[in-house]
Design a protein around this ligand. Structure first.
Ligand code: PLP
Length: 280
């Protein structure tokens, strides 16, 4: 049974309950983080804790815990659960408020939840050799996806459409046919030696894996470029791959049923995956 840290206490996950007056439950008024654990090591945890702080700041939620204290809790949970591979999930909402009101009061106590989820991230090594099929889907999310909000209904709709089509992920495009990012990943295309991804704007999440990959790209004689690109270029790229905390670097070999890179995992995508794993 996974252990859950809930507002200062460690409980079995099944016993960790919060009130239905929680503003996260009522309004999705909260943020989250997902940190990968690989061979017992946290991946890019400093980057995730920095982003957590930023998300909290953007929606004006104040917590008493420091990043160091959150790291300590994550360590305790990892040890209690003997988690070698999987993820640490952190969710912080603005707190309970009764009566329900869109306007929040200043005396709320945030609800802080941290627990582990076992996931065999190593299975992705085999998957990456084959690569994954994905779909494209309209980006119908709100205008601030740079905040890691728990309001994920648009993402839920997009990825379940992908699931219906037996696909791994949905690549999102805006009303100008520009690719923004994946349903839960950063999207990259490769053209020659260039590894291209969307610039850091309010339209995408600043991926921690994305950030880590930049120096790996440059160290391997490749060129990192931030550029807005259209759906058309996505289909005409040499390779396409996605990055996130649990997939690392995952080659994409089919989009909307059309083959990319002849339907095989591309050599640059696989090189970047190997180098990323080496750097964990
Ligand atoms: C919408 C979105 N974009 C990008 C990412 C990639 O972020 P990271 O590399 O930090 O996992 C995620 C991760 O969940 C995401 O949900």
């Amino acid at each position: 049974m996974a252990t859950c840290y809930l507002n200062g206490k460690y409980l079995p996950l099944s016993k960790a309950n919060i009130s239905i007056t929680d503003r996260g439950f009522q309004f999705s008024d909260g943020i989250y983080e997902v940190i990968g654990v690989y061979d017992g090591k946290f991946i890019d945890i400093d980057l995730h804790l920095k982003r957590l702080k930023r998300s909290l700041g953007e929606i004006k939620i104040k917590i008493k815990l420091s990043s160091e204290e959150i790291l300590k809790i994550a360590n305790t949970i990892q040890k209690k659960d003997k988690l070698e591979n999987g993820i640490i999930y952190i969710q912080i909402t603005r707190g309970n408020q009764n009566p329900r009101d869109h306007k929040y009061t200043s005396n709320l106590k945030p609800n802080i939840i941290i627990y582990s989820i076992y996931k065999n991230l190593k299975l992705n090594d085999q998957l990456s050799l084959k690569g994954v099929p994905v779909i494209t889907y309209p980006d119908i999310r709100w205008l601030r996806p740079d905040i890691k909000s728990i309001s994920l209904l648009a993402n839920v709709i997009a990825v379940n459409k992908a699931k219906d089509m037996k696909c791994h992920e949905a690549i999102l495009f805006d009303s100008n046919n520009n690719i923004t990012e994946g349903n839960s990943s950063s999207i990259w295309i490769i053209k020659g030696k260039k590894c291209i991804t969307h610039p850091l704007t309010e339209k995408i999440l600043n991926g921690c894996t994305r950030y880590k990959l930049i120096s790996i790209i440059q160290k391997n004689g490749l060129i990192f470029e931030e550029k807005i690109f259209k759906k058309k270029l996505l289909f005409n790229s040499d390779e396409v791959f996605m990055t996130n905390a649990s997939n690392f670097v995952m080659p994409i070999v089919k989009i909307d049923g059309k083959k990319i890179a002849k339907g095989k995992s591309g050599p640059i995508s696989l090189l970047l995956r190997n180098e990323y794993i080496k750097a964990i």
